[in-house]
Design a protein. Structure first.
Ligand code: TMP
Length: 239
């Protein structure tokens, strides 16, 4: 696969054009940032581990009836993905209260609500991805109410599939962030990544953090943690 020009460089990934029609190459970097670039570091091997983890997870979702942009893993840090029109939303799904929701509402981390919680944020780095609601999204022309209904339905399905997958790996899926796009037929498609950068993963037996909170909160053993998640998922999926 020939990589052509760099189309976009984000904080943790690069997007390249490629010679396969309607496809892009996603390259995972070792760079880590938190709190919108206030904290930065390189975590050795993170790019390869995240490429491995996101490839396994997106392939699992594809096989379970969720349309994603993932086509195949090309090499240690690269994925071949379908090119879709991105939707400027970040959808956050929460099974356990943690992070910004705990802080904003003055709640203890670890509370398990009876319902699944869905947040939507405007994807705008400049504004710090502010929390919005459906009416804002429609007013801003980001998505229609019908598309939002599909997005919530898909997010719930993805959550059920991922909770079941991580359970087999001894991991509680606390929360995660996903993004969507529209394919050529207007079908809502999962894009971006699903990795310990974008999910909170707690060891079910010990409560140990197995995600980017190790970096955000200076908990140590960041590299080893990403390697551990990749190993556990591989053991579950390649049984
Ligand atoms: P939050 O608690 O900071 O709102 O984060 C909820 C989840 O979303 C957590 O798993 C981390 C993920 N997330 C991202 O992937 N990117 C982001 O920019 C933010 C703020 C959160």
């Amino acid at each position: 696969m020939k990589h052509l020009e760099l189309l976009h460089e984000g904080k943790s990934k690069q997007i390249y054009a490629c010679d396969k029609p309607n496809c892009i190459v996603v390259r995972f970097k070792d760079d880590a940032t938190a709190f919108y670039n206030i904290k930065r570091a390189k975590i050795e091997n993170k790019g390869e581990m995240n490429c491995s983890i996101s490839s396994m997870v997106l392939d699992y979702l594809n096989r379970n009836g969720v349309a994603t942009h993932f086509v195949e893993r090309l090499g240690s840090n690269d994925q071949l993905c379908r090119k879709v029109e991105t939707i400027a939303l970040e959808v956050i799904v929460r099974n356990v209260i943690a992070g910004s929701m705990a802080k904003r509402l003055g709640l203890e981390e670890g509370i398990v609500p009876e319902n699944t919680i869905f947040d939507i944020c405007l994807h705008s780095e400049l504004l710090g991805d502010p929390l919005i609601n459906d009416h804002h999204a429609v007013a801003l022309g980001i998505a229609t109410y019908e598309e939002l209904a599909t997005i919530y339905e898909l997010s719930a399905k993805i959550n059920s599939l991922l909770v079941a997958l991580y359970k087999q790996a001894g991991i509680t899926l606390v929360d995660f962030k996903i993004e969507f796009g529209r394919d050529a037929d207007g079908r809502i498609t999962l894009v971006d990544e699903l990795t310990p950068d974008t999910c909170r993963l707690w060891d079910t037996a010990t409560g140990e953090r197995l995600d980017k909170d190790r970096f955000r909160r200076d908990l140590g053993r960041v590299r080893e943690t990403y390697e551990e998640v990749a190993k556990r998922l591989s053991n579950v999926l390649n049984k």
